[in-house]
Design a protein around this ligand. Structure first.
Ligand SMILES: Nc1ncnc2c1ncn2[C@@H]1O[C@H](COP(=O)(O)OP(=O)(O)OP(=O)(O)O)[C@@H](O)[C@H]1O
Ligand SMILES: O=P(O)(O)OC[C@H]1O[C@H](OP(=O)(O)OP(=O)(O)O)[C@H](O)[C@@H]1O
Ligand SMILES: [Mg+2]
Length: 417
């Protein structure tokens, strides 16, 4: 089934300086020698045409060719989102991992992390974080999976080191009008079955043109026109400038407030913050893998711990064994590997342990805290103390092992022990 995907919308300003430079560099080359006025005008017209083609190509997500080799530089670079919710959440996550980024003023785009002295931090717009990773201008980046899919476009030079940083959770979905001719449309099949034609195509407005093109082609849609817009897409159907939208959805409030609905089969992908890297940089830049190892370790240990509380309770019993068995017999009180049960020393015991009194420590998932406290009391616990957990350093993180496998290398020779 052929799919006619056309693109309309204002010529999008060149999205990547490299692609634009290609256009301008040809015009720069062409204007490098003195030309008569007519010839000069023809040259300028050609350069302008190149710019427009370049811009439109960019809006379609094709990028200028990459440099054959990475630019030589001593420093290692991490790009972070410079604004918006991703920026705040990224800085908070790094701070929670004792990797605070010192950014003295909002207009400063380069910063440092004192715990990682060999790493420069560069602040960029979310879209440019991906572009800079692709071209190797930076070696690592934190960005949303949606942006990675749209701009990265499955580029083999981009490797995901951690795909679940637990912030920026949202999903890309179709937003379809609740009423009018879409009132009875509640599935992707019903949307596709509507009488779309070349004269009256399905008009989709989205900031995710690459993702949209693939999605509608894979789903066998014909006669789809993709329209571009930079934001507030949800207004387009009511305005009459588009039939449906393809955009990020988090709580669903913006869709609902604009009389739009999600439909079965209309979710394209989940998104959340991710740590990504340039493949060639990982293999060629000394010290980068070691920094990745530390980042993955710290992120994994913090993100795991962030799901648990440490719970301490006083328990009376015959012995530590008997107390631990009482806890282990209750589902949800086994903790990560099992309760830690130790004797309690009080003032009245002149240095010995209080007979038959123990302190039990277990890790409890945050979501099950209160039921766990009730269960601990039911089996004789009292004085229950609850503490947040900062890190749980377990064995070597699976994501690190997976990275080495993806790169086809071993950790031999790396300074990570
Ligand atoms: N509603 C949302 N819920 C969760 N994550 C979101 C949401 N909107 C955007 N994001 C994430 O933030 C990234 C950047 O989005 P965007 O460029 O819209 O900036 P922003 O954080 O929304 O700030 P603003 O839109 O105010 O400029 C997106 O790629 C996505 O990963
Ligand atoms: O499902 P919700 O919780 O309502 O969030 C979804 C909205 O969030 C984003 O917009 P944002 O608020 O970032 O404004 P923007 O369109 O200017 O980016 C996105 O573009 C949606 O419009
Ligand atoms: Mg936004």
């Amino acid at each position: 089934m052929s799919t006619q995907l056309q693109q309309r919308g204002a010529a999008v300003p060149c999205a990547s300086r490299r692609a634009c430079r290609l256009g301008s560099s040809s015009s720069a080359r062409s204007s490098s020698k003195p030309l008569g006025s007519a010839a000069a005008r023809r040259q300028d017209a050609r350069a302008a045409a190149l710019q427009v083609v370049c811009s439109l190509n960019n809006s379609a997500g094709t990028m200028a060719p990459k440099p054959a080799k990475l630019e030589a530089r001593e420093t290692l670079r991490l790009a972070l989102p410079s604004k918006g919710r991703m920026a705040e959440d990224t800085l908070q996550l790094l701070k929670d991992c004792q990797l605070s980024v010192v950014k003295p003023n909002p207009r400063q785009y380069v910063a440092r992390i004192s715990q990682l002295p060999g790493l420069e931090v560069w602040f960029q717009r979310a879209t440019d974080v991906v572009r800079k990773i692709i071209y190797g201008d930076v070696d690592l980046g934190i960005v949303g999976l949606d942006m990675l899919a749209e701009i990265g476009n499955d580029d083999p030079d981009v490797i995901i080191l951690h795909d679940a940083l637990d912030f920026g959770q949202c999903h890309l979905a179709l937003g379809v009008p609740m009423g009018g001719r879409f009132a009875a449309v509640n599935t992707l099949e019903e949307l596709r079955a509507m009488p779309w034609s070349e004269q009256a195509p399905l008009r989709v407005v989205t900031g995710y043109q690459n993702i949209a093109r693939k999605f509608f082609a894979e789903k066998g849609f014909e006669h789809v026109v993709l329209l571009s817009a930079d934001g507030a897409l949800e207004a387009a159907p009511a305005m009459g400038s588009a039939d449906i939208i393809l955009d990020l959805v988090s709580t669903g409030v913006t869709l609902r407030e604009n009389n739009l609905k999600q439909i079965e089969g209309g979710t394209i992908m989940h998104s959340e913050g991710a740590l990504v890297a340039n493949r060639r940089a990982l293999l060629e830049r000394p010290g980068l893998l070691e920094i990745c190892h530390e980042l993955i370790e710290r992120l994994e240990a913090h993100l795991t711990a962030d799901k648990y509380y440490s719970v301490i309770a006083n328990m009376r019993g015959e012995s530590a064994q008997e107390v631990s068995k009482r806890l282990l017999d209750v589902p949800g009180l086994a903790g990560l590997s099992g309760p830690t049960v130790s004797p309690v020393f009080t003032r009245g015991t002149s240095g010995g342990a209080e007979p038959h009194l123990f302190a039990a420590v277990i890790c409890v998932p945050k979501k099950q805290l209160y039921p766990a406290v009730k269960e601990i009391r039911r089996v004789g616990g009292s004085g229950v103390l609850v503490q947040p957990m900062t890190y749980i350093f377990d064995e070597e993180p699976a994501r690190w092992t997976q990275l080495l496998e993806t790169l086809g290398i071993t950790a031999d020779g790396l300074n990570i022990k």
